[in-house]
Structures are given as structure tokens and as C-alpha cells.
Design a protein around this ligand. Structure first.
Ligand SMILES: Cc1cc2nc3c(=O)[nH]c(=O)nc-3n(C[C@H](O)[C@H](O)[C@H](O)COP(=O)(O)OP(=O)(O)OC[C@H]3O[C@@H](n4cnc5c(N)ncnc54)[C@H](O)[C@@H]3O)c2cc1C
Ligand code: HEM
Length: 395
């Protein structure tokens, strides 16, 4: 526990740390990777190069320090971070490494402002946050190992089938290599993939794109131009290969309260952001809940799961499916062309704004949907989204 005076010091110095957060993380990561090279492979180096992970860490730390006297205000952030950590198999022994390098970086960047008292207060604050995260993570690790078909750490899966979903997306059907039961999970969750590409061990997350309870686990991967893992999966992975997975994690899942089961559900997805929404849709479409599924793609060539969605909409009167193409091919007949806008979205949102909105896609798309949702009066707490990378600002 922090003393009241430590809390006051952390709160008072939070703006200073916030101002210099970029410099602190720029100091922290290279120092940690040089001193403890064993942690390099835990981190996605693309997120390091683009700066998205350093920014996410800085933002989390400053939010924590600012709310050190009212931790409940951190809301779902702890669960989100703990789930991401578990999908990457972060362990308690990693926390002192991060703590040492982070506290030294704060002292190095802030210089004289970090008196012995300030250093002490931040050290206690880090320990408290580390304890909160480690305990949340241990809880998730235990739950995962106790779930039907569950495990702890990594488990070998065999690629049982590969389907081409579009010009850029392939689905991989994965079954436990030693014939174990398939794990139960919540629709919308993602797995961690631990893979060696070009002699380098790397980790990536992929959403499960099929509902729980089907044969094996399915991921659907977009080939990114110059992308290390996605390119490997598209060009080299074959049926029979083994992939190492961590258990499903993530908080971007359907709410299960009685009220939300009745409320209309609105999925708005762009590009490969469709994957967790397909899992959620397949999981709940049979319940009779009114659902609208809006998907934006470049054109029919890039449009994954269209046949599946059309078939579902045909057999389920509660499902309304709407397609937007940015650059339609001559033969394409989407419901709308260009980009999603207020006029399109407003058709599917009642005047009360009372829908549960789940959205995911490229960042500009998500920024636009978030803004439109606010304009159309969808309550903030009924808007759910996830990033296919470290969390970023959508304001
Ligand atoms: C929770 C979660 C769920 C996800 N679910 C899915 C999913 O269902 N399907 C899916 O396809 N993906 C998903 N992703 C994304 C996935 O984890 C990978 O990030 C993605 O496959 C790209 O990885 P890669 O190794 O192929 O590309 P990387 O090698 O990581 O590169 C990604 C892109 O960045 C570019 N790049 C690399 N370095 C730089 C640089 N310095 N400056 C600018 N550009 C650079 C590359 O050329 C490439 O285009 C998810 C991510 C998360 C966090
Ligand atoms: C109090 C300590 C910590 C805090 C506040 C913290 C915070 C965060 C945050 C905010 C993210 C981004 C989550 C997202 O948006 O997806 C993240 C991801 C991550 N964290 Fe931590 N973390 C802490 C400790 C650790 C430790 C001890 C390790 C292990 C060395 C670690 C490794 C990672 C990795 C590998 C990622 C994903 C990085 C990526 O995608 O590139 N973290 N953490």
C-alpha cells in the first residue's frame, strides 16, 4: 500500500511524467532490450518501430498515476492489459525487469526533479500496479487451465485446413496436435501465436473467427505488405504444420446481461476487422436478437465471409446484412459505395440510440464510426471496440 504522502507525490508528479512520457519510453525500451535481451521476443518489434506500444504504455502509466487515489476510475483498462499480457505469456519474473528499467528511465529523463522521496513514491506505485496486474493475470492463467480443453502457456496445434476467404485473407483451422479437447472460449477473443520466422521467435495475436464449440479454432489472417508473420502464414504455412498457441484472451466479447440480450446489436466492421465480429455473430444469430451487420471492404475481391453472411441473412430474419465498397469492381452490387457515413449508420440506429455497437477496422474507419455513434446518441457504455495492435486514441 502506498502511504498518503506517496500517493500525493505520485499524483503531483504525474503531469511531469506525462509531459516527458515520450522521452521516458524512448529511454526505457532500448535500455530494457539491451540489459535483458530475453524479453525482446515478447514484444512486437513493428509496434516498437511505429511507436504504438511505447505510447500505450506511457498513456497507461500516466492514467494510473493520475488516478492513484481512485483506482476504480481505471475501469476496464486493467482487464484489457492483463488479457493482452496473458496472450503473450508474460510472467511475474518479468515485472522486476520492467520496474527497474522504467524507474531508472523516469529518473534519467526527469533529472533533479526525481528526489529520493519522488523515486520512492514511484517505486511503491509501480509495485502496487505490478501486483494488481500479476494477480489479474494469475487469475486468467488459472481460469484458462481449468476451462474445458484449457491449458497454461503454449500448446501445439496442427493446421487442419486452409481456406482462401478473399484476395488478401486466408483462414487457418487449427486442432490440438496431441488430440486434446478444444478449448471453450468467448466469441470475440483472440489467441497468441508464437512462431519462428527467419530464425526469429515472434508473437502475434489473431482473433478467433469462428464461434466456440465448432471443430478446432479458426483464425483468419490478412496478408500485410511486408508483414513478417502474415506473409509467412500465407506463403509458407501448409496443412499438417504445427503452430504454438496461447489460450484465448480478450475483453471484446458480447455482453451477457439480460438487458443486452434483448437490445438490437450492430456490428460495423472494415477489412480484416470483420474476424471477431463473425465469431460473435455466429455465436448469437440463432438467439433471435435483432442484428445488423455492416461491412466495409475495398471491393468484392477483398471481401471475406460474404457468402457466409448472405447465407446467414437468408436463413435468419433477425439478421440484416449491409455492404459498402470503397472501390467497387464493375460487376459489384454493394448496398452503398464509398465510405460509411451518418446517413448510412442512422438507418440502423433507433432514435433512442439504444443499440449495442461493436466496431473494428482500420484506425480512420474506427475514428469515423466512433464519432458517428456519438452523433447518433449511442450511449458510450454501449460502444465496444478493439485494436489490432496496442490501444490508440480515437478522438
Ligand atoms: C487483439 C488482436 C487481434 C488481431 N486479430 C487479427 C486477425 O483476426 N486477423 C489479422 O489478419 N490480423 C489480426 N491482428 C493483427 C496481427 O496480430 C498482426 O499485427 C498482423 O498479422 C501483421 O503482422 P505481420 O507480422 O504480418 O506484420 P509486421 O511485420 O508486424 O508488419 C505489419 C505492417 O507494418 C509495416 N511496417 C513494419 N515496420 C514498419 C515501420 N517501421 N514503419 C511503417 N510500417 C512498418 C509492414 O510492412 C506491414 O505492412 C490482430 C492483432 C491484435 C492485437
Ligand atoms: C506495471 C507494469 C506494466 C504496465 C502498466 C503495462 C502496460 C501495458 C499496456 C498499456 C500495453 C498495451 C496493451 C494494448 O493496448 O494492447 C501492454 C502490452 C504489452 N506488455 Fe505490458 N505493462 C506492464 C508490464 C509488462 C511486463 C512486466 C512485460 C514483460 C516484459 C510486459 C510486456 C508487454 C508486451 C509484450 C505487450 C504487447 C506489446 C506489443 O504488442 O508490442 N508488460 N502493456
Amino acid at each position: 500500500m502506498l502511504t498518503p504522502s506517496q500517493m500525493a507525490i505520485v499524483k503531483a508528479t504525474a503531469p511531469l511524467v506525462g509531459e516527458k512520457a515520450g522521452d521516458i519510453t524512448a529511454h526505457f525500451y532500448p535500455m530494457m532490450f539491451a540489459r535483458y535481451p530475453q524479453v525482446i521476443q515478447l514484444f512486437n518489434q513493428t509496434h516498437q518501430r511505429k511507436g504504438s506500444q511505447p505510447q500505450a504504455l506511457a498513456k497507461a502509466l500516466v492514467a494510473y498515476a493520475t488516478h492513484i487515489d481512485q483506482l476504480a476510475a481505471l475501469g476496464d483498462a486493467v482487464a484489457m492489459i492483463a488479457n493482452k499480457h496473458c496472450s503473450l505469456n508474460i510472467q511475474p519474473e518479468h515485472y522486476p525487469i520492467v520496474g527497474e528499467c522504467l524507474l531508472e528511465s523516469i529518473a534519467a529523463v526527469l533529472g533533479e526533479s526525481v528526489t529520493a522521496e519522488v523515486a520512492d513514491a514511484w517505486s511503491a506505485a509501480y509495485k502496487q500496479l505490478a501486483d494488481i496486474l500479476m494477480s489479474a493475470e494469475e487469475h486468467l492463467y488459472q481460469n484458462n487451465s481449468l476451462r474445458q480443453g484449457g491449458w497454461r502457456g503454449e500448446r501445439a496445434f496442427r493446421i487442419a485446413r486452409i481456406d482462401t476467404e478473399s484476395a488478401v485473407i486466408k483462414s487457418f483451422y487449427l486442432v490440438p496436435a496431441a488430440g486434446e479437447q478444444v478449448i471453450d472460449f468467448s466469441a470475440g477473443q483472440y489467441i497468441g501465436l508464437v512462431i519462428t520466422v527467419n530464425g526469429e521467435s515472434v508473437r502475434r495475436n489473431y482473433s478467433l473467427s469462428e464461434a466456440p464449440g465448432k471443430v478446432g479454432l479458426r483464425i483468419s489472417v490478412k496478408r500485410e505488405e511486408g508483414g513478417l508473420v502474415s506473409d509467412y502464414l500465407h506463403q509458407q504455412a501448409k496443412v499438417g504444420d504445427t503452430l504454438m498457441l496461447t489460450p484465448p484472451a480478450g475483453t471484446f466479447t458480447l455482453g451477457h446481461s439480460a438487458v443486452s440480450q434483448e437490445r438490437p446489436l450492430l456490428f460495423v466492421t472494415g477489412g480484416v476487422g470483420i474476424t471477431p465480429a463473425i465469431s460473435m455473430l455466429n455465436d448469437c444469430v440463432h438467439n433471435g436478437r435483432p442484428i445488423t451487420f455492416i461491412h466495409a471492404a475495398v471491393n468484392s475481391d477483398h471481401h471475406a465471409f460474404d457468402v457466409h453472411l448472405k447465407a446467414l441473412a437468408k436463413t435468419h430474419r433477425n439478421l440484416n446484412y449491409y455492404v459498402i465498397y470503397e472501390k467497387p469492381l464493375e460487376e459489384d452490387t454493394p448496398d452503398a459505395m464509398g465510405f460509411i457515413d451518418r446517413e448510412i449508420l442512422s438507418r440502423f440506429v433507433p432514435a433512442s440510440g439504444d443499440v449495442d455497437l461493436y466496431f473494428l477496422g482500420p484506425k480512420p474507419f474506427m475514428r469515423c464510426v466512433k464519432g458517428l455513434a456519438a452523433e447518433l446518441g449511442i450511449p458510450h457504455e454501449q460502444c465496444f471496440f478493439e485494436f489490432f495492435g496496442p490501444v490508440e486514441e480515437l478522438a
